[in-house]
Ligand binder design. Structure first.
Ligand code: 13P
Length: 336
């Protein structure tokens, strides 16, 4: 188990966080199509390799979550992608769920699948260099949802996944994402997220998962994206800390937030406020997909051979997130 603790530490300590570059081919295709780049295996690799060769990988990125396609790809310099990640001192990780599917008997909700054959797939990913993994459950908020059924079944799946991952010598990232979509208030997000997290930890404990060798990847506590409630970053930080303090066992070493549709700046500002107020023992950092990649992707799409320019955009975002993970981000540095 001590091996798991040192992997965890390497990923989230010293102002480092996680780059979530594990978009499935379907999701990545949508992202590329919105910026008018053809979604070929070569282009997906080129963009990802560009980010993974950036300067900021050394100081700001402790781990990278990959998708099945990418972990098996080789760079133009004939390194495997996990080797490229390790060369900057970061840890390669892999998304191992097979996606969120319609939940039987609650068709507007989702259950994440991927447990069948997982033990064998984990062995393969370990051989390919992965040392941590991700599994994402998604929950919607409305008057009726998330239902007890969605909360219960997804918690069970997350816990069974986490137990198998630790058995295989890797660190599981547990990601129960309560979506931002909807008209709900932040107070509703707080209540529902707390319920979801508590159930997840009940199941993780029942499955004898060693919480010290896990990382939680939750949403922040935010108003729904279609709500008219506007909250200061300080209030978001207070609600988020209240939720995590009440729902997450103290053994969990670190919390790496998803960005979930926040803008790049909001995701940095809110994380910064959380760290300024952090009165818990948890390390609070980032595991951002869109909030680390959006401006780099936009820039890259204008000239996919402009590697340096794209890396500068990414480096700035990674630096802002790393400062936010230490409570040292400011508007002034952001706008420089
Ligand atoms: P976002 O930061 O874009 O929400 O992605 C994080 C992630 O990995 C979702 O599973």
């Amino acid at each position: 188990m001590s091996e798991l603790y040192s992997i965890t530490e390497k990923i989230i300590s010293n102002g480092k966080g996680i780059l979530a570059a594990d978009e499935s081919t379907g999701t990545m295709t949508k992202r590329l199509e919105t910026v008018n780049v053809k979604s070929t295996a070569e282009n997906r690799l080129l963009f990802r390799e560009t980010l993974l060769s950036s300067e900021s990988m050394k100081d700001c990125i402790g781990g990278v979550i990959l998708y099945d396609e990418t972990i098996k790809q080789t760079t133009f310099n004939k390194k495997t992608i996990p080797e490229l990640i390790e060369s900057s001192g970061a840890v390669p990780g892999i998304k191992v769920d097979t996606g969120a599917k319609v939940l039987a008997n609650s068709k507007d909700e989702k259950i994440t699948e991927g447990l069948d054959g997982l033990r064998e797939r984990l062995k393969e990913y370990y051989k390919l260099g992965a040392r941590f993994t991700k599994w994402r459950a998604v929950y919607v908020i409305s008057e009726k949802f998330p239902s007890k059924l969605a909360i219960h079944t997804n918690a069970q799946a997350l816990a069974r996944y986490a137990a198998l991952v630790q058995e295989s010598g890797m660190v599981p990232i547990v990601e129960p994402e309560v979506l931002m979509d909807g008209k709900h208030k932040a107070e509703d997000c707080l209540e529902k997220t707390s319920e979801v997290l508590k159930k997840c930890y009940d199941e993780l404990i029942l499955n004898k998962v060693d919480l010290k060798g896990t990382i939680l990847k939750p949403n922040m506590i935010l108003p729904g994206s279609a709500s008219n409630q506007k909250l200061e970053a300080k209030k978001i930080a207070e609600l988020t800390l209240k939720c995590l303090k009440e729902s997450v066992p103290t053994e969990v070493p670190g919390i790496a937030f998803l960005s979930g549709g926040q803008t790049e700046k909001e995701a940095a500002k809110n994380l910064n406020e959380i760290n300024k107020l952090n009165n818990t023992n948890f390390i609070m950092t980032y595991s951002y997909g869109r909030a680390l990649q959006q401006s780099a992707l936009k820039f890259w799409s204008k000239d996919i051979n402009n590697i340096n320019g794209t890396q500068k955009m990414f480096d700035h975002r990674a630096k802002m997130c790393s400062l936010a993970a230490q409570g040292k981000w400011t508007e002034e540095i952001e706008n420089k």
